[in-house]
Design a protein around this ligand. Structure first.
Ligand code: SF4
Length: 428
């Protein structure tokens, strides 16, 4: 996708880092890709993409290895007749939804997901969702959001999906006690670990967005304190604040330092005693430190270049630089939300080179000139870079793999160490 804005403006501020802002051709998957992990997270939801055969192929191939008998996503294909405005798309959508619900009576939450084609023909999916919800409630709730490549990168797809859920979250009871809402899709095993940690600290009740089931939509209101588990949830955070919920500012739970600071930020709101906090985190911290020690020798001193892809780049860079001794060559990210990332930016080494947006050719030029030991990038760039002798890590793997929390810290380091070991074996 190409936009015509000027490329290469560099900006910085008092506590703001110096950022190279680029607006050129970019190589990032669209928001439909997030369906691959979201459909596994919300177990009774179904994602109906209103799109083209290209959209259908994208999700099928992205999720291909995970498809078993009945996937919980599909594509309602907009064909040439629809594009020419000859068919009544609303009636067609109703027919597809009726068929789907007849075949899959277990569906409780249906997302109509917009795409480039549905945007191009200006299909108003919010109107369709409201109409279908009115018809199907209370059995099925219908929501909509856009996963179009015109509007979203793959992690922004999750943000759009969660933001679409926020207005439908129930209100808190008038007498509601203070509650913690952890926001961002996490693997169930990670969620369970955090639930146990918060329970031991006396922080709670703790709820999660997205929920595992549609009937467990968490309430939101002025007594809700929310902690983002993912850094790319700009629209969701805004929507929750509009409901009166309060964001707890924190780094993200990657690595020992990030996890401790993230858990502690919630603990501070609940006034957890420092001794109790230290004793609760002591053992998991030790286990994580031991796991990381194995990788430090492999990663220390290595030079890493991030292309903009998942929006996880800044917390990942902070983890690699501070806990693994990595040297950051460039930290590229599709969009740098300085408010949500303020605690992360404070921790990064002074003088870290950031870039926001992308002009892929210029960035490739900088990457080749720097000759880093490891490049973190999208699938489209990885193969050519590998062919030119570089070690790469697919950024999307960092979204599919459970990497948050103490127990996953070693797995997170392994994701970066593995391509370096492979390269060492190849050149040996
Ligand atoms: S939404 Fe757009 S970018 Fe994504 S697969 Fe469909 S056509 Fe391609």
């Amino acid at each position: 996708m190409t936009t015509a804005l000027a490329s290469g403006d560099r900006t910085g501020g008092c506590n703001a880092p110096s950022i190279l802002r680029e607006r050129g051709q970019r190589e990032v998957f669209c928001g439909l890709t997030s369906i691959v992990w979201l459909h596994r997270k919300i177990q009774d939801a179904f994602f109906l993409v209103v799109g083209s055969r290209t959209c259908a192929h994208l999700i099928q191939s992205a999720a291909g290895v995970m498809i078993f008998a009945e996937p919980r996503f599909a594509t309602a294909i907009i064909d040439e007749r629809d594009l020419a405005g000859l068919a009544d798309v609303d009636a067609e959508l109703d027919r597809v939804v009726d068929q789907l619900l007849e075949r899959r009576p277990d569906i409780r939450l249906l997302f109509l997901v917009g795409s480039c084609p549905s945007e191009v023909i200006k299909l108003d999916l919010s109107r369709s969702a409201a109409r279908l919800s009115a018809k199907l409630l209370p059995d099925v709730r219908v929501l909509n959001y856009s996963g179009s490549g015109i509007e979203t990168t793959f992690t922004e797809g999750e943000d759009a999906c969660l933001a679409a859920m926020v207005p439908d979250l129930p209100a808190e009871d008038a007498t509601a006690e203070r509650s913690l809402l952890v926001v961002g899709a996490l693997a169930d095993v990670v969620e369970d670990q955090f639930s146990r940690l918060f329970a031991e600290l006396g922080v709670g009740p703790v709820r999660f967005l997205p929920p595992r089931q549609a009937h467990r939509f968490p309430p939101a209101g002025p007594n809700t304190f929310f902690l983002l588990a993912q850094p790319f949830l700009t629209a969701t955070a805004r929507a929750l604040e509009e409901r009166g919920a309060k964001r707890i500012a924190a780094p993200f739970p990657l690595g020992v330092e990030g996890t401790t600071a993230w858990v502690k930020a919630a603990g501070d709101v609940w006034g957890v005693d420092p001794d109790r906090f230290s004793s609760v985190i002591e053992r998991p911290c030790q286990r994580a430190e031991q796991a990381l020690a194995r990788y430090r020798a492999q990663l220390a001193g290595k030079r890493v270049f991030f292309f903009p892809d998942s929006q996880l780049e800044v917390p990942l860079a902070r983890f690699l630089a501070r806990e693994m001794g990595v040297e950051l060559v460039e930290v590229g990210t599709p969009y740098l939300n300085q408010q949500l990332l303020a605690c992360e930016l404070d921790l990064l080494p002074e003088g870290t080179a950031f870039s926001e947006g992308q002009d892929v050719d210029r960035q490739l030029g900088r990457c080749y000139a720097a000759a880093p030991d490891l490049v973190v990038c999208g699938l489209g760039l990885a193969n050519p870079l590998e062919a030119d002798g570089m070690s790469t890590k697919w950024a999307i793997e960092l979204i599919f793999t459970p990497i948050q929390g103490y127990e996953q810290a070693g797995d997170l380091a392994e994701l970066f160490a593995k391509p370096l070991r492979r390269r060492d074996r190849l050149v040996a």
